[in-house]
Design a protein around this ligand. Structure first.
Ligand SMILES: Cc1ncc(COP(=O)(O)O)c(C=O)c1O
Length: 390
């Protein structure tokens, strides 16, 4: 199977043949947004240049203010927390569940304050978080929910699609994701007013755009009296070339996601036959879309064994594997720039989220983007041999 097929090439060529003529420059953006909204059971979809900008837009559209607190997991790619900083708000870290690695509802309860205005959940590596519990917290405290689903396309939670739970749900088309356009992002929601605000924020605060329409009409801009900007926005739009590639990928979403799940199942057979590795738990009713296949290394010395196993795996012909990102609050940015001891900012220091800290050093991610299953089988065999010799 090909990750980039002739369909993507054909659509890109159509865009190039249109020569970026203004009147033809949102054909694929419109198709992508409409089809994405339908596929993810949402009323509105707003294309973005990436899946970090989408989160910033969501926070801004929800009216989250500077100094408002937004609860995020620390064990994720840090864009989740960075977007909160982009919005000049305060990221507050809640610990994760030791088995699913996802943000823990009990930990969320512990860090809620009167300043908490939103929670951003992450469907880590493709596994949904516990939406029932999280939504009941949101409802009880009148807190907005934003789903960061950059790593989860077509995951399911108790029969519903991941993306159906938040006030906004965010997706990324960055190069490693299930669907890619090199870069790109999508934000979905069901509320027209929120979608209007999101569109305007992603489109330089233009007066002429709205939930469904991402462009100002020619009629508008021809007038010398046309006032364009009615609020402060960013230029976070998706390009027509990105939209063409993403639209082709969206038409192929079932096969692109299914391939990753097949690869994960191949690694799963090896992992289930050893005590050295323990898989990310998939509770009953959760469907993981396996952006990557995640396990923990079950030894007493993960700090050294992580490297020892990786080196042996590579020596045997394995591709290697990835660690979990450094916890967001351990990043130098948070340690040096963000913490403030006596203001509203949190003090970001070791011990804040002990479960995430203990997991992070023993986590291993195997990539699932093998487009040839024989290669995945080969890698799994090498892993099996490596484990036997370890
Ligand atoms: C959980 C998560 N959130 C946000 C992002 C940011 O997406 P982008 O790279 O498109 O900005 C990523 C990945 O890149 C991610 O994995």
């Amino acid at each position: 199977m090909e990750r980039i097929s002739n369909l993507e090439r054909q659509y890109v060529e159509e865009v190039l043949n249109n020569g970026f003529a203004t009147s033809l420059n949102s054909i694929f953006n419109n198709k992508l947004e409409q089809t994405f909204a339908d596929a993810f059971h949402a009323k509105y979809a707003i294309g973005h240049c990436n899946g970090t900008a989408t989160l910033h837009t969501a926070l801004a559209a929800l009216g989250i203010k500077p100094d408002d607190e937004v609860i995020v997991p620390p064990l994720t790619m840090s864009s989740t927390a960075l977007a909160v900083l982009h919005n000049h708000s305060v990221p507050v870290f809640a610990d994760v569940d030791k088995d699913t690695f996802n943000i823990s509802p009990e930990a969320i309860e512990k860090v809620i304050t009167p300043k908490t205005k939103a929670i951003i959940t992450v469907a880590l590596y493709g596994l949904p978080p516990d939406y029932d519990e999280i939504l009941s917290i949101c409802n009880a405290h009148k807190i907005f929910l934003i789903e960061d689903n950059a790593e989860c396309f077509l995951g399911e939670y108790k029969g519903k699609l991941v993306g159906e739970f938040g006030h906004f749900s965010s997706y990324s088309f960055q190069a490693s994701k299930h669907l890619t356009a090199g870069e790109g992002g999508m934000l979905i929601c069901n509320d027209e007013d929120l979608a209007d605000r999101a569109r305007r924020f992603n489109c330089l605060g233009y007066a002429g755009v709205n939930a469904k329409q991402g462009k100002i009409t020619r009629q508008d801009i021809q007038s010398p009296n046309y006032a364009r900007h009615i609020s402060l926005g960013f230029n976070y739009r998706m390009s027509e070339l990105q939209a063409a590639v993403a639209f082709a990928q969206l038409e192929r979403i079932e096969e692109l996601v299914a391939q990753r799940i097949k690869v994960a199942k191949i690694f799963d057979e090896v992992v289930c036959s050893t005590d050295l590795l323990k898989r990310q738990m998939e509770p009953e009713g959760y469907k993981n879309s396996y952006w990557s296949y995640s396990v923990t290394l079950e030894t007493d010395r993960p700090e050294t064994d992580w490297f020892r196993l990786r080196d042996l795996f590579q020596k045997n012909g394995g591709d290697g594997y990835y660690a979990a990102w450094m916890l967001s609050y351990d990043e130098p940015l948070f340690r040096n720039e963000v913490q403030q001891k006596n203001g509203v900012w949190q003090i970001y220091e070791k011990g804040l989220c002990p479960v995430a800290e203990s997991l992070q050093k023993r986590m291993i991610q195997f990539k699932t983007n093998y487009w040839n299953l024989e290669e995945a089988e080969k890698q799994a065999d090498i892993l099996q041999q490596t484990i036997q010799k370890f």
